[in-house]
Design a protein around this ligand. Structure first.
Ligand SMILES: [Zn+2]
Length: 242
């Protein structure tokens, strides 16, 4: 399905010249297929200082490691999370297209933009990436898992990175979109399990990958599943902070 998606897109590119996903202007030649330099400049990046735990930006300068109101009650099973963008404006639009509008190919360009953030790239270097899984039924409906597409693109572009579908989702859960913080946490608390095709190595640094970090509940539940299975060091990362 992934190959066919990309093949379809490639055939369409020949017939209809590509426009930038942000500016809607025709694309110039370059390494990115759907994100122009002008579009890249409009993405709402997160800069330091940012929360050590969830990656949310702080306004102003702070010294030392600090947590923020977004993750004060989270007490996450992951050590540190980082995000490259705020889930606003064009980043929100691109992620919506990746997830809900059959445009998984846009993940490659958003990943290419994200790893221009040196802190984001360093956080992932040399790690084993584990995408947040979709339940089998949703995976079949969508045709792909956007977190897998992101993890795959990251692993292809960051030295020493690899990825595997080390987690499975045991049952379908209600969409997190309209749930509050505590409801989100309960909704996904026991939803994940280790993929029996994978073994968890205590000496490997795992990084759980998702498209958006909102409350951190999903990344926490995934990290807890990995740690309960013996992983000693689990971090997290998302392209955007909601
Ligand atoms: Zn935080």
């Amino acid at each position: 399905m992934t190959f066919l998606d990309d093949l379809d897109r490639g055939l369409l590119d020949l017939i209809f010249p590509r426009d930038c996903a942000v500016t809607q202007e025709p694309m110039d030649e370059g390494s990115r297929l759907h994100l122009s330099d002008a579009g890249l400049a409009l993405l709402p990046r997160i800069f330091d200082p940012r929360c050590f735990t969830c990656g949310h930006p702080f306004d102003g300068w702070l010294e030392g490691e600090r947590t923020c109101p977004h993750c004060l009650d989270l007490n996450p099973a992951f050590h540190r999370a980082i995000c490259a963008f705020r889930a606003q404006g064009p980043v929100r639009t691109i992620i919506h297209r990746i997830k809900y509008e059959k445009s998984p190919y846009l993940a490659n360009d958003l990943v290419a933009a994200a790893i221009q953030d040196i802190a984001f790239r360093r956080h992932l270097a040399g790690s084993h990436l584990v995408p947040v899984p979709l339940h089998r039924s949703r995976h079949q409906d969508r045709g792909y898992n956007q977190a897998e597409r992101i993890a795959c693109a990251l692993a292809q572009n960051i030295p020493g990175c690899q990825w595997s579908p080390a987690l499975l989702k045991k049952y379908a859960t209600a969409s997190q979109t309209r749930l509050g913080r505590e409801e989100r946490r309960r909704n996904v608390a026991e939803a994940f399990e280790i993929n029996p095709a994978n073994s968890i190595q205590p000496d490997v640094r795992y990084v759980v990958i998702d498209d958006v970090l909102t409350t951190g509940s999903t990344l926490h539940a995934c990290a807890k599943t990995l740690r309960d299975a013996g992983a000693l060091w689990v971090d997290a990362a998302a392209l955007a902070h909601g």
